[in-house]
Design a protein around this ligand. Structure first.
Ligand code: ZN
Length: 198
């Protein structure tokens, strides 16, 4: 559909413009093309919105925070590749590979939180490798200051997971699409503070 096409194109322009602003036109376009290739390989659609998390990897579309457009290049790449890893995970293990974390009974909270932390730290690790590769390729010498999940504990995640588990049960959310939509609503609502990257 034409309308959709323009919408996607304008989101691509936002990303491209932000990268060019940081790196200049020549280098910016080269790096943007590399990033675009990574997104296209996974067939990931994305859009920028005012959300309180840095990113929200819904199954159908990746929502990125508007604030990323003003991040330094290393920080922008780190968040982008962190979120992209979730799509590698969706493609490899299935869209609902993380569903049980949110719908298991509350007694399993410890192992659920541990599992989420593991998924997130895998995304951080993968992202760090990918970002370093592209920073080096394009001779960008700044370093990344986003710490991701490095300093977060399973206990910290458990609080948010419990909140989601309880709401999911109350609202009858049973699919990963429902859960992701709910999490997206949480991060879209500025009154609810969710400080972790998802
Ligand atoms: Zn994540």
């Amino acid at each position: 559909m034409i309308n959709n096409w323009y919408k996607i194109a304008s989101e691509e322009n936002k990303l491209q413009d932000a990268i060019i602003k940081k790196l200049g036109k020549e280098k910016g376009i080269l790096l943007y093309n590399d990033v675009k290739k990574e997104l296209d390989q996974l067939n990931v659609q994305y859009r920028f919105e005012g959300i309180s998390a840095l990113g929200c990897a819904k199954n159908d579309v990746l929502i990125l925070s508007n604030s990323l457009l003003n991040f330094s290049m290393p920080n922008l790449l780190f968040v982008l590749f962190h979120e992209l890893t979730h799509y590698y995970q969706y493609r490899k293990y299935g869209d609902d590979f993380a569903l049980s974390i949110y719908i298991n009974s509350e007694e399993k909270i410890k192992e659920d939180a541990q599992r989420l932390l593991q998924i997130e730290r895998t995304a951080d690790k993968f992202s760090q490798l990918k970002s370093s590769y592209y920073l080096k390729k394009h001779s960008i010498n700044e370093s990344c200051t986003v710490s991701g999940y490095r300093h977060l504990t399973a206990e910290y995640l458990a609080t948010s997971i419990l909140q989601i588990k309880r709401t999911a049960k109350k609202m009858g959310l049973t699919t990963i699409k429902d859960i992701n939509e709910f999490i997206y609503n949480l991060v879209s609502n500025p009154r609810i503070l969710m400080t972790f990257v998802r």
